[in-house]
Design a protein around this ligand. Structure first.
Ligand SMILES: Cc1cc2nc3c(=O)[nH]c(=O)nc-3n(C[C@H](O)[C@H](O)[C@H](O)COP(=O)(O)OP(=O)(O)OC[C@H]3O[C@@H](n4cnc5c(N)ncnc54)[C@H](O)[C@@H]3O)c2cc1C
Length: 368
């Protein structure tokens, strides 16, 4: 059955979900005030949601655990990503996956764990690089003392290009885009066609069969008036853009993402580097946190310390309180929550959209 569906929130989660639902033939409306503005060419320090501030690192396979929901979602997303990119890539909105990802070991113990992981998952494209080989590759990498793990299929997707490509596909699939805030959700009444009502800040009151809430930190307030308590905390992330004055060597040969002590170094453009992101509870950026990150917790090599600061930005992540991220739940018939993705919303966008689509299919088939 074809359903009318409202998706609330147009970050990667909502936009990706709206696209997938439209692909399945549903009639979709996507609602978010941010739809009034085009996706920026580069992240700027204003009007950023989690998605536009993100680095887009996809670390799905180089993941220590090998069971549980978080692991399954990561695995599923990494399986779906190549098809997403193939479908979304278009001359007007080019999109690609940049690989590989290299994670530097911080200690002999970590190196041992990496070696064990690579040995246990030969089919995942994981490979341990011993320190002597790492030294030959580039002796000036930070923290190059214990070896590293190469993950061939992990890497990065540019979040701004992804959002542009998704928005183009929404137009192609006739998804209605409404640039306004949802101020209230009302449960279906007792009429024959049991529909949810969406009250928006522009004064409209609209009926839909199903609602999918993908509004990150904005989800809590919408759910509260329906009696669902899903508190989330903001965790701010800062990113720096650096110009390398005297690069130690050409960027060619560097991975798409180099991870050192949880901090990502992403080469781009001409001798430029993004470095991020901080993990700061709350909504206020702390300059001391940026400084510590820039110095890679005192592990930064001299070429990195000498780099010139070109710019910086920050954004907020939504971390569910007392529940594991992300929140993927059917809260009541016709009301789905896909939110609270915390540090991995971009990585998990395909698996999230698939989860929603499958639930909606089940619901529309079984409903009278
Ligand atoms: C600096 C930084 C770096 C990051 N790096 C990575 C990374 O490398 N890899 C990765 O996977 N993840 C990363 N993340 C996390 C990732 O960005 C988030 O998990 C992801 O963007 C969440 O997407 P989302 O669509 O759920 O939420 P958001 O992108 O925050 O979008 C939510 C949207 O909902 C809208 N909204 C809210 N309330 C309402 C309402 N009432 N009505 C209508 N609309 C509403 C908002 O306007 C907003 O546009 C990073 C985050 C930050 C801040």
């Amino acid at each position: 059955m074809i359903a009318s569906i409202a998706v609330i929130g147009a970050g990667v989660t909502g936009t990706g979900t709206a696209w997938q639902l439209a692909e399945q033939g549903h009639s979709v409306v996507l609602v978010d005030p941010s739809l009034a503005t085009p996706i920026p060419e580069r992240p700027a320090d204003r009007d950023l949601n989690g998605s536009t501030a993100s680095l887009g690192v996809l670390m799905g396979l180089a993941f220590r655990r090998s069971s549980g929901r978080a692991w399954r979602l990561r695995q599923r997303s990494m399986t779906l990503w190549p098809a997403w990119v193939e479908q979304l890539n278009h001359p007007e909105s080019p999109l690609q996956l940049d690989t590989p990802l290299i994670q530097l070991a911080g200690s002999a113990e970590e190196a041992q764990r990496m070696q064990q992981l690579a040995d246990a998952r030969p089919d995942s494209g994981l490979q341990f690089i011993a320190n002597d080989r790492l030294g030959e590759t580039d002796p000036v990498w930070p923290q190059a003392g214990h070896g590293a793990m190469l993950s061939e299929r992990d890497g990065r997707v540019d979040p701004l290009l992804l959002l542009k490509a998704l928005r183009r596909s929404l137009i192609e699939h006739n998804v209605e885009r409404r640039a306004t805030e949802v101020v209230e959700l009302q449960r279906p009444g007792s009429t024959a066609r049991r529909q949810w009502r969406l009250i928006t800040a522009d004064g409209r009151n609209e009926a839909v069969d199903l609602v999918v809430i993908c509004s990150a930190l904005g989800s809590t307030k919408l759910l509260q008036s329906l009696g669902h308590q899903r508190p989330m905390d903001a965790v701010l992330g800062q990113v720096l853009e650096l110009q390398l004055n005297k690069p130690a060597k050409q960027w060619t040969g560097w991975p798409a993402v180099l991870t050192c002590g949880g901090i990502n170094l992403i080469p781009h453009g001409h001798n430029r580097l993004w470095i991020g992101a901080t993990l700061e509870p709350g909504v206020n950026a702390d300059p001391a946190a940026t400084e510590t990150m820039r110095r890679l917790n005192e592990l930064a090599p001299s070429w990195l310390n000498a780099a010139q600061l070109l710019g910086q930005w920050h954004g907020l992540r939504a971390r569910p309180r007392d529940r594991p991220a992300p929140l993927l739940e059917e809260l009541e018939p016709g009301l789905l929550l896909a939110s609270g993705h915390y540090r991995n919303g971009v990585l998990l966008a395909p698996a999230t959209a698939e989860w929603v689509s499958q639930h909606i299919d089940k619901e529309t088939i079984t409903s009278p």
